[in-house]
Design a binder for this molecule. Structure first.
Ligand code: NAP
Length: 242
């Protein structure tokens, strides 16, 4: 019997859950539990880590999972690597639904860096007004460059005090170019820091930076072990039905 584990937390995963529900396929949508109020889904949901590769293997067996669809964020490298290891060891087919990365076009002023540590190094310079658009998980290292005036946009209010002074706004995407252009202007932003998430929901800030001629420090995607890939929900459905 087909029973799908959908690793979620993204717009793609939400669309995938809708398609599974519409097709009447049994599935479980898994959230890491990072946000206070995760969106409801039209299929069964679970929240929280599995306990590494071994925990995931045990979950796949106990829940009778036949297929895994990894629709996590392209920067959720630990979860995606664990899924590859657990599925390989358990002989369960896996597909990753992943949006294509953004590619610099005319007018973009990107500086590519491989990871957060490299951003921190790049920020070793006199004070700037920086839109640090990387979520709330990896903020601690920026305490070393607290000379900047940071703007953060977070889904939930931070539970703990921030590791450096910053202006914080609370908002959940998708965002639009007009709104993000106005935000960057209002804040007097001189530099944008972003992860190369790809997709439409978060690209507004990149388009806004282009429109305003602002430089962007672009964090490239982390390496994930090779796995079967799909770029659309339709591709995943075809694979499931194949
Ligand atoms: P990560 O670093 O790859 O994962 C760390 C651990 O969190 C995993 O080992 C796993 O714990 C647990 N985990 C992650 N995703 C999970 C899921 N969908 N279901 C159950 N457990 C999960 O992941 P992350 O970057 O912290 O991302 C966490 C969640 O936020 C993901 O659902 C991702 O799609 C979403 N998200 C991430 C970003 C980003 O920039 N990283 C942006 C938007 C949304 P165990 O080892 O205990 O199983």
């Amino acid at each position: 019997m087909t029973r799908i584990l959908l690793l979620g937390g993204t717009t793609e995963a939400n669309l995938m859950a809708q398609a599974l529900a519409k097709a009447g396929l049994a599935g479980v949508y898994s959230y890491a539990g990072r946000t206070d109020a995760p969106m409801g889904q039209p299929i069964h949901m679970r929240v929280g880590g599995f306990g590494g590769v071994e925990g995931l293997r045990a979950y796949l067996a106990s829940e009778g999972i036949s297929h895994v669809v990894d629709a996590t964020h392209p920067f959720a490298a630990q979860m995606s690597s664990n899924a590859v290891s657990a599925c390989t060891a358990s002989g369960i087919p896996l597909i990753a639904l992943e949006r294509a990365p953004w590619v610099a076009g005319e007018g973009d002023r990107w500086m590519h860096v491989p990871d957060i540590a490299a951003v921190v190094t790049a920020l070793h310079r006199p004070p700037l007004r920086v839109f640090l658009a990387i979520g709330r998980q990896h903020l601690d290292p920026f305490a070393a460059q607290s000379q900047h005036h940071y703007l953060l946009r977070l889904v939930d209010a931070p539970a703990d005090p921030l590791p450096f002074p910053a202006e914080v706004i609370m908002a959940r995407g998708p965002f639009d170019v007009a709104g993000d252009t106005a935000l960057l202007q209002r804040h007097g932003t001189e530099l944008v820091v972003a992860k190369n998430a790809g997709g439409k929901g978060a690209v507004a800030k990149i388009a806004a930076a282009r429109a305003l001629g602002l430089p962007v420090v672009m964090i490239d995607r982390p390496e994930i072990p090779p796995r079967r890939m799909a770029r659309s929900v339709a591709e995943v459905m075809a694979w499931l039905n194949g």
